[in-house]
Design a protein around this ligand. Structure first.
Ligand code: ATP
Length: 236
């Protein structure tokens, strides 16, 4: 079934055992969109990404990719369908080289435009350090390697969890400058970001989570900064 609706999350109630972390969350990502998810610590942003990625099991029809129910699939099946995650904290293999880390991301061999060469063109600093161990990289370079590893799977949807965490503003600017190029290559983006200015700057639409619920969503131009702060922080 052809659809411009790449991802649909329907009334998602994700749990960690007895603890319910998400409550009836609805989310849509169209083909070619960049969607930002914002919210305070503990709002449920990572839980939402983990649910989409199959790291938390849900009901099949609560998450659909191009119309196909995927909510109950394990992570490796979801990755094979073209969803990859840049996890919070990068999670590279520190003793492997940059290139080995990238090649691990490409081992599923999904067809597409991303290759070692394409990743090195996107992030020239990685080409220069291709034989360096990941542990020798700066924080920003590690994040580039984590992006590159996820891209090597040729995803249709890339989930990015707090890429800017712990990085200097100029480094974040460089990193986020890559997002339009990633999207132009045919990959839609879901970006979890605590920094509202960054989130509004990079996204077509924003969802704000508060205590596991969608408190506000829409295009950045559709709501005031005050309304977004209210949705982010809750009642004063
Ligand atoms: P942060 O910005 O701090 O990463 P977040 O918005 O990503 O926050 P989540 O990490 O999704 O929030 O957490 C949502 C809720 O789920 C919180 O109450 C958190 O304590 C709880 N939680 C997260 N991970 C687990 C886990 N592995 N086991 C139990 N509860 C968890």
């Amino acid at each position: 079934m052809a659809t411009d609706r790449l991802l649909e999350v329907n009334a998602l109630d994700s749990r960690y055992g007895a603890l319910q972390a998400l409550f009836a969350v609805d989310l849509r990502v169209a083909e070619g969109e960049t969607v930002a998810i914002v919210g305070a610590n503990g709002a449920g942003k990572s839980t939402l990404l983990k649910s989409i990625m199959g790291l938390i099991a849900n009901r099949a029809d609560q998450i659909r990719l191009r119309g196909q129910p995927i909510g109950d699939l394990p992570a490796y099946r979801i990755a094979l369908l073209g969803v990859t995650l840049v996890p919070e904290g990068r999670r590279l293999f520190p003793s492997l080289s940059v290139e080995e880390n990238l090649l691990l991301g490409g081992r599923m061999k999904r067809p597409g435009t991303w290759s070692l060469g394409a990743v090195y063109t996107l992030f020239p600093a990685l080409r220069e350090r291709r034989y360096h161990r990941a542990q020798a990289l700066s924080g920003g370079q590690r994040q580039m390697a984590a992006f590159g590893r996820a891209l090597m799977a040729n995803p249709c949807l890339l989930l990015i969890d707090e890429a800017s965490l712990g990085l200097a503003p100029l480094v974040v600017k460089d990193l986020y400058a890559a997002l339009p190029r990633i999207r132009a290559a045919g990959t839609s983006l879901v970006v979890v970001e605590q920094d509202l200015t960054q989130a509004l700057g990079i996204s077509d639409r924003v969802y704000c989570l508060q205590e596991g619920r969608v408190a506000l969503h829409g295009r950045p131009a559709e709501f005031s900064r005050a309304a977004l702060s209210q949705a982010y922080f809750g009642a004063a």
